[in-house]
Design a protein around this ligand. Structure first.
Ligand code: GRF
Length: 227
């Protein structure tokens, strides 16, 4: 049976779109069962509707507690037979209660190289801090915010003149590649979790990171000749 994804969003849904595109290309072998937003006019809902994916707006402000809101989300996810929950720009913290319903089956993307710049507006934090490199992280969700075993990270440069938007756009390009890849590894059962670490098995069961010789080094500003 094809793995069913349930995608939670709050905004524009460009990550959702990258997941849809990977499924259409045949690289990600999964179906999206349902897309749920806590924001009524999130553009991601329109993206999903265009693909005939069922959508729901579940307004967190209408529920007495976080848990009550999550109970509604879980009810919908279960109705659609969701196996894996994807937080694709979902701007709410989820509780232990939610996590306990989908142990090791919830993935989040964060627009920074964790554990740096957790929390809101990581791109702004990075620009203001003056780091020379930043990027994106896909990780399993655990009970702490922007925490949990890391699956994949991608890095890019931060220029001195970058605005928050410049950096956010550069990071998004990475997000759109690493998120579908991480989901695909999880769907294929190729992620082994060991404490806070993950190992990605290649198709012959070897550790993908150890066998890969494709490890570029990003240095910014670039080294001058002789170094
Ligand atoms: C992304 O930068 C993601 O990392 C963050 O929120 C943004 C969502 O973008 N959590 P989009 O809605 O997928 O376009």
């Amino acid at each position: 049976m094809t793995t069913k994804l349930g995608i939670l969003i709050s905004g524009s849904g460009t990550n959702l779109q990258s997941i849809i595109n990977s499924i259409k290309r045949g690289s990600l072998k999964a179906d999206i069962g349902v897309v749920i937003s806590n924001v009524e006019n999130a553009y991601g809902l329109i993206r999903a509707k265009k693909e005939d994916i069922p959508t729901y707006f579940v307004d967190h402000r209408k529920y007495k507690s976080r848990k009550d809101h999550e109970a509604k989300l879980i009810e919908i996810l279960q109705d659609y037979g969701v196996d894996i929950v994807i937080l694709a720009g979902y701007m709410r913290v989820i509780t232990d209660y939610f996590i306990s319903q989908y142990p090791n089956k919830i993935l989040n993307i964060h627009p920074a190289i964790l554990p740096s710049f957790k929390g809101v507006d990581a791109q702004k934090q990075a620009v203001e801090y003056g780091v020379k490199l930043s990027g994106a992280t896909v990780h399993f969700v655990d009970e702490k915010v922007d925490h949990g075993p890391i699956i994949i990270q991608g890095a890019t440069i931060v220029n001195e003149k970058d605005t928050r938007e410049d950096l956010a756009n550069r990071i998004l390009k990475i997000e759109h590649r690493i998120f579908p890849q991480a989901i695909s590894w999880l769907v294929e059962g190729r992620i082994q979790i060991n404490g806070n670490k993950t190992y990605i098995k290649d198709k012959k069961d070897k550790n993908l990171a150890e066998i890969s010789d494709l490890h570029p080094c990003i240095i910014n500003p670039p080294l001058e000749e002789g170094f």
